[in-house]
Design a protein. Structure first.
Length: 582
């Protein structure tokens, strides 16, 4: 009997232990279901304490006097104009001005007041801040590093990882290696043995990073007050979330720090059918999901330069497509991949980072640009849409960029296999559930009736934007596609006429007023165009005025005139360019 009692006692203790372990397991995993719900069940979300500063808010506000302090503009003396012009030419920004501003300068706190009262978990993941650079100006690069070190709680900063994409400027060699020693290992430097471009260099940075989260910043940024906890918190809560700070502007000439967006207004990233990045005001649907105006919100895409993501997750979903060259389109590729394959993107109003917008790109891509024939960015866009778009949506891209049909995008079989392996959703799902507001501004495009160079029959010259931005009067110039010389075809001459009467060049439209035939901003949300093209007499009539596009024989100016179907100065033919790169 004692043996039986002993065995029953053992069984009883075993069952108790089993159910205790099972209870703890369920508690820790949230029932063992979806990783999103299990993560959220055990991790505390950020919380608001109105009237009391949040747990990571700085205890004092630093104020200093000096050039550029407080984010104010710094203006050089008249006798420094030559130095300023030379540095603008070399870097696309006024490095002569930047060099006079402290690397530790103060900047304004442009956050919403609400942001100061958020509290964040103490065990947020540690981050590697990755800065990719090529021939970056010394002071803008180092000011980025200093701002990160100065304004990041050390417990959340694993490192600042500098990734040099084969710079050849002398001060980015030994001087840089010596300088970063002052940070006692908090700043690391790795170098590419040859030029790789932004996309591939960022992937290398992620592979080499030691932090649980990687935060990519451009090499000419200044991070704002308490910038990192709100950026890390959504990732802490859900590792498949990518977060994006609100980007402020830093003037490339005098380095004034200023907001890009009006206070309290929120925008999110979308795109138009030519794959140009755009932004839209936050839809009511997203506004209503949040309890506070300062809370993060979903965004279909991001600009690409600044974001945070769980390192392992980034690598598990393939990082960036290795077939993308140099830069361009990688922001869309990553956005579509994250959303369609189970993740999400959130913009974070309480995390603000200033960014210097260059006046122009100051360097070329050398051998990288020689590997492909045609515009590199358009080739990248084609790879992205051929992998992630459904067939219907691909046609809208090719309607907007008809020349892209002829570009060699390379092999995408591995990307399609990745998409299948990750069991990703369709692009239709993405448009219906994530980017549902995009078509309000950029409706689905009617098919092209004609595209190519628009040639005047009398002069054999082509209508041309003359390199000017809208709004501007159109002009005429020698054609390239009329003969055999197609190597220098300009996007300024490639005109599209669609089935609804829209005449377009790139993302802009062509319309007419008393000044003449003009390149204008396309009316958002509309596909109806002002033109009717007569296939028989080759005239292009403006529907509202009932007049036709005419070229003046003496002045060579374009205007609307009473239609005359036998006047060759009013006759226009479209010369399609099959492929200039055969």
């Amino acid at each position: 009997m004692s043996a039986i009692r002993f065995n029953r006692r053992v069984v009883r203790y075993f069952l108790i232990a089993f159910f205790v372990v099972l209870f703890l397991y369920v508690l820790m995993t949230g029932g063992g279901g979806n990783s999103k719900s299990s993560t959220s069940a055990i991790k505390k979300k950020p919380w608001m304490t109105t009237g009391k500063l949040g747990n990571f808010e700085p205890k004092e506000i630093i104020e200093r006097e000096g050039p550029g302090e407080g984010g104010h503009a710094h203006h050089l003396k008249p006798n420094q104009e030559n130095d300023a012009a030379a540095s603008l030419s070399a870097y696309g920004m006024n490095m002569a001005c930047s060099d006079e501003i402290s690397l530790d300068r103060t900047i304004p706190d442009l956050r919403m007041d609400e942001c100061k009262y958020w509290n964040y978990p103490e065990d947020l993941p540690r981050a590697s801040v990755v800065l990719v650079f090529h021939n970056e100006g010394w002071s803008t690069l180092m000011r980025t590093v200093h701002s990160v070190i100065n304004r990041t709680p050390p417990q959340f900063l694993e490192e600042v990882l500098l990734v040099d994409d084969f710079s050849d400027k002398e001060n980015l060699k030994g001087k840089l290696e010596t300088y970063i020693k002052k940070f006692n290992g908090k700043v690391r430097l790795i170098r590419n043995p040859e030029r790789q471009g932004l996309i591939r260099t960022r992937v290398r940075g992620a592979e080499e990073a030691r932090g649980e989260v990687v935060i990519f910043l451009d090499a000419h940024c200044e991070v704002g007050t308490n910038w990192i906890p709100p950026l890390l918190a959504p990732i802490y809560y859900n590792r498949t979330t990518m977060t994006v700070p609100v980007i402020d502007g830093i003037d490339h000439d005098h380095f004034e720090y200023r907001p890009v967006y009006q206070a309290g207004q929120h925008f999110r990233g979308i795109f138009e059918w030519g794959m140009l990045y755009k932004e839209n005001e936050l839809p009511d649907k997203e506004v209503q999901r949040r309890s506070f105006n300062s809370m993060p919100y979903d965004s279909p895409t991001h600009a690409g330069g600044l974001f945070a993501i769980n390192r392992n997750y980034f690598l598990q979903i393939g990082a960036y497509d290795p077939g993308l060259l140099v830069w361009g389109g990688e922001n869309f590729e990553l956005s579509f991949k994250i959303w369609q394959c189970g993740g999400s993107i959130q913009w974070v109003p309480c995390s603000r980072v200033g960014h210097v917008y260059r006046s122009f790109m100051p360097y070329t891509f050398g051998k990288l640009a020689e590997k492909k024939k045609g515009p590199l960015i358009t080739i990248n866009y084609k790879r992205v849409i051929e992998v992630w778009f459904d067939d219907k949506f691909k046609e809208y891209f090719y309607t907007r960029e008809p020349l892209a049909r002829y570009l060699d995008m390379g092999d995408i079989s591995e990307q399609l296999a990745l998409k299948d392996r990750l069991q990703c959703k369709s692009f239709q799902w993405f448009m219906d559930n994530v980017a549902y507001d995009m078509r309000e501004k950029f409706p689905e495009l009617p098919p092209n009736v004609h595209w190519g160079e628009m040639i005047n029959k009398a002069t054999k010259e082509c209508i041309d934007t003359m390199g000017h931005a809208a709004p501007t009067v159109m002009g005429m110039s020698p054609c390239h596609g009329w003969g055999n010389n197609q190597e220098d075809i300009s996007d300024d001459k490639l005109v599209r006429l669609n089935a609804k009467g829209q005449l377009g060049v790139g993302e802009r439209c062509i319309d007419a007023d008393r000044q003449g035939i003009k390149l204008v901003f396309c009316p958002l949300g509309s596909v109806e165009g002002p033109w009717h093209y007569d296939e028989g007499d080759k005239t292009l009539m403006h529907k509202e005025t009932r007049k036709c596009v005419a070229l003046h024989p003496q002045s060579n100016n374009l205007s609307l005139m009473p239609c005359d179907p036998i006047n060759t100065y009013q006759q226009w033919v479209f010369k399609e360019i099959p492929s200039p790169w055969h």
